[in-house]
Design a protein. Structure first.
Length: 136
């Protein structure tokens, strides 16, 4: 039985497309776009500390035109949320030379979670809003 708490989820796994394309092919941009609003709502509801993009298709959502070979293992704040790009674990099965990189990137997840906590920490002195001016 799972319990629901008020803390943010640390790890949440989902896909950028909600059904696998025919023949297990890569999703087309229009298929990814068709699922984007649903994914946005999922991410907003779960509010994970870190979004880890596994593979180039999910990475492209947050880092358009980037190459996973140059961005994997790196994190950036996107729209106020820490996003870390990683190779999909299946990549290490297809290309054994990537296994070490995949393992190293996953081993750094605790560091990214700690960094994300600092990024999303509440402001100790939040702004009080605009000052109401008096006519007199």
């Amino acid at each position: 039985m799972a319990s629901i708490g008020l803390t943010r989820q640390q790890v949440f796994i989902c896909n950028v497309v909600k059904c696998r394309p025919p023949g297990n092919r890569d999703p087309l941009p229009e298929e990814t776009e068709a699922c984007s609003k649903y994914l946005d709502r999922q991410v907003a509801a779960v509010n994970p500390r870190v979004i880890v993009t596994l593979g180039r298709h999910s990475m492209a959502r947050y880092f358009p035109n980037a190459r996973i070979s140059s961005l994997h293992g790196q994190g950036r704040v996107v729209n106020g949320q820490m996003v870390v790009a990683m190779y999909h674990p299946a990549a290490a099965l297809h290309q054994p030379s990537l296994r070490k990189q995949v393992e190293e990137d996953f081993a750094r997840l605790p560091d990214w979670l700690a960094r994300a906590e600092r990024v999303s920490a509440p402001d100790p002195d939040p702004p009080t809003g605009p000052e109401q001016l008096s006519l007199f």
